[in-house]
Design a protein around this ligand. Structure first.
Ligand SMILES: Cc1cc2nc3c(=O)[nH]c(=O)nc-3n(C[C@H](O)[C@H](O)[C@H](O)COP(=O)(O)OP(=O)(O)OC[C@H]3O[C@@H](n4cnc5c(N)ncnc54)[C@H](O)[C@@H]3O)c2cc1C
Length: 367
């Protein structure tokens, strides 16, 4: 725990468009915006907002936010802190990366150094500081598997703490940071990686890409993950019409086993599937069941490529809602509501959006 040094000059801009700072390319202006190039600037920026009784929003790469058309009436603090350090530690390597480091650069360097633990998380947009927020995960790995500690700034006291994983309360696309969004700023994350370790091949689609008994290198796993993501437009590629998204718009529902059975029975009764076993389901902690939101959406009659003016459902993945250009956030919210309503009407399931809503009250209206 430590205090932050003072004496920082902030370069605060007024009335800054936020859409270009998000992967959806949607949303209005920030009343004020500042780039924080070091941790002390984050503290000063928070103090600046407090002195004016303005709300402060921490923004990373903008790949998991839906910002209202009327923008953000406060100070947006863009985390631009840089730095990565790899340290040997008795059979493991610890990697500490500043919150503003681009996530995929960190994964790429870890793989290039032959350090296992992050390879399946290749190609996820955004910055390191956001990865603990929703416990970023893909292809059988999540950051909670390797996070050793998270360095945070307590927004109220302005003191810095190192949080152990237990204190972060990681769960599927969830953490203490997501549940208490105004409490901490993540300043850096430390991961424990395994030198020369085997890649994780827990996810069926990834394992199948190599075939039974294969022992691919970390670099080969990274390459295949990037290719699988590219095919689903889950990699941001110039010119891809599906490129403006937040990735998955909804989380996969985690429900009690009895509720999963009821959804399967309903799907059979409505002719969406012939037998209950056809519904995809995976075991979740505590005897719960994880369902596939994408499957529910498609079986509720929402097809890939469905278009609604300037927005649509990705042609590559039913779980991704995309902005095709020229649209307001309101159009995306209307589509999201339509998708949620269809799933609810068909299966009685309420889908929960994955991104952080800024100035938006779900289900889908600006507040
Ligand atoms: C094409 C695409 C594919 C994706 N695939 C995946 C995937 O496979 N798995 C997955 O989990 N996610 C995925 N995502 C979602 C997103 O990339 C991740 O959630 C990512 O970690 C968000 O990082 P960001 O820096 O862009 O965060 P932002 O969008 O800038 O912020 C997201 C939230 O975190 C908060 N935040 C950001 N930085 C900090 C900080 N330093 N301290 C405190 N709070 C902070 C923000 O206030 C906001 O609430 C995908 C998104 C896209 C566009």
């Amino acid at each position: 725990m430590s205090d932050m040094p003072g004496d920082v000059t902030l370069s605060i801009r007024d009335d800054v468009p936020l859409a270009p700072l998000t992967t959806l390319e949607l949303g209005g202006n920030a009343r004020h915006l500042v780039e924080a190039a070091d941790d002390a600037a984050v503290v000063e920026a928070l103090r600046w907002a407090e002195a004016r009784a303005l709300p402060a929003l921490i923004l990373g790469g903008g790949s998991n936010v839906v910002i209202a058309d009327r923008g953000f009436d406060g100070l947006v603090i863009r985390v631009a802190t840089r730095g990565r350090r790899f340290d040997d530690a008795s059979g493991t390597v610890t990697l500490t990366a500043a919150a503003g480091e681009p996530w995929d650069d960190v994964v790429a360097e870890s793989v290039a150094r032959n350090l296992a633990g992050l390879e399946c998380l290749s190609g996820i947009p955004g910055l390191v500081g956001a990865t603990p927020i929703q416990n970023v995960g893909a292809y059988g790995q999540e950051v909670a598997d390797t996070i050793r500690s998270v360095k945070v700034l307590d927004r109220a006291s302005k003191r810095v703490h190192e949080l152990a994983p237990d204190a972060c309360a990681f769960a599927y696309r969830d953490s203490v940071f997501k549940r208490q969004p105004d409490r901490h700023v993540v300043l850096a994350v430390t991961f424990t990686l395994r030198p020369g370790g085997a890649p994780a091949l827990r996810y069926r689609e990834l394992a199948d890409a190599f075939g039974a008994g294969a022992t691919p290198s970390l670099a080969e796993v990274r390459a295949v993950v990037l290719e699988l993501r590219r095919k689903k437009s889950m990699l941001i590629v110039d010119g891809d019409p599906n490129r403006r998204s937040v990735g998955s718009f909804f989380t996969n529902p985690i429900v009690r086993a009895a509720d999963a059975d009821a959804v399967a029975a309903r799907a059979v009764a409505r002719g969406a599937i012939a037998t209950r076993e056809e519904m995809p389901r995976w075991p979740a902690p505590g005897g719960a069941v994880k369902l596939s939101a994408g499957w529910l959406i498609e079986r509720a009659g929402i097809r890939k490529g469905r278009r609604r003016g300037p927005v649509g459902v990705s042609t590559a993945h039913a779980l991704a809602l995309v902005h095709l250009g020229g649209g307001p956030t309101a159009a995306l919210l209307e589509l999201a509501r339509e998708v949620g309503d269809a799933v609810h009407a068909q299966f009685g399931m309420t889908l929960v959006p994955e991104p952080t809503m800024i100035g938006v009250a779900w289900p889908g209206t600006e507040n």
